[in-house]
Design a protein around this ligand. Structure first.
Ligand code: C5P
Length: 223
């Protein structure tokens, strides 16, 4: 796996959180660090793939030799992914923590705390499901998603695999404080329709190397 055996392949990877504007100075987002997606981009690049990394706002350096497309919102992420895959990519990995909702109407001016009420309401609407949409559009030959769960991890991941039309799903238990979200280490279970693998708990860059290998093996089974 240290050879440039992915030369000629295009991998598109999403990473980090999305940022959904409330008004010109405020937003809705989450604690995703982007580490897993960036590590996957690096691991695929090292094996020779052309990598497009569509990333929300993170505090990570741009990996060298990777096409980094910086976006903010889920809508922007979908647009950027489609633009990257005008012809189908070999692999798409959705490692981003996409916000489920955005403002129905983004305020054009800074919202004021005027009036007597101690409460305020924001009306949100559902964001597009980036990976499910791209999967429906057959944007990549192999679609890989993540499933962060706090209970019944395998069962929920399996149903997500089917619902979103994915080839592989990488499930992790985010109720554990030693792994996952914003952590340097991760432990996951990779599921296909009829197989599952659990690599050891390890640092995200090492895990990314194993995940790229698993995806590559699955790819060769598909064709
Ligand atoms: O449904 P859930 O958010 O748990 O699914 C997680 C997977 O779906 C991840 O791969 C994530 O990147 C992707 N996703 C997406 N667009 C959304 C929500 C999730 O691409 N709006």
């Amino acid at each position: 796996p240290t050879q440039q055996d992915l030369t000629g392949q295009h991998w598109v990877i999403t990473a980090g959180p999305t940022m959904e504007a409330i008004d010109p100075v405020r937003y809705i987002s989450n604690h995703s660090s982007g580490k897993m997606g960036y590590a996957l981009a690096e691991a695929a690049k090292v094996r020779g793939a052309t990598v497009t990394l569509v990333s929300g706002p993170v505090n990570l350096p741009a990996p060298s030799g990777v096409h980094l497309v910086a976006i903010k919102s889920a809508d922007d992420m979908l647009t950027a992914c489609r633009a990257a895959m005008t012809s189908p990519a070999d692999v798409f990995i959705g490692a981003a923590a996409v916000a489920d909702f955005r403002m129905k109407d983004v305020a054009t001016q800074k919202m004021k705390k005027t009036g007597d009420s101690d409460e305020m309401q924001l009306t949100l609407v559902k964001n597009p499901d980036v990976i499910a949409t791209l999967s429906q559009e057959k944007a990549a030959k192999c679609m890989v998603g993540f499933a962060a769960e706090t209970q019944d991890v395998i069962a929920y991941a399996k149903s997500k695999l089917e619902r979103k039309g994915l080839d592989l799903i990488i499930a992790n238990d985010v109720s554990r404080t030693d792994i996952g979200f914003n952590n340097d280490e991760n432990q996951v279970t990779v599921l296909s329709k009829d197989q599952q693998w659990t690599p050891p708990k390890e640092a995200k860059p090492a895990l990314a190397v194993e995940l790229v290998e698993l995806i590559t093996q699955h790819q060769s089974q598909m064709s």
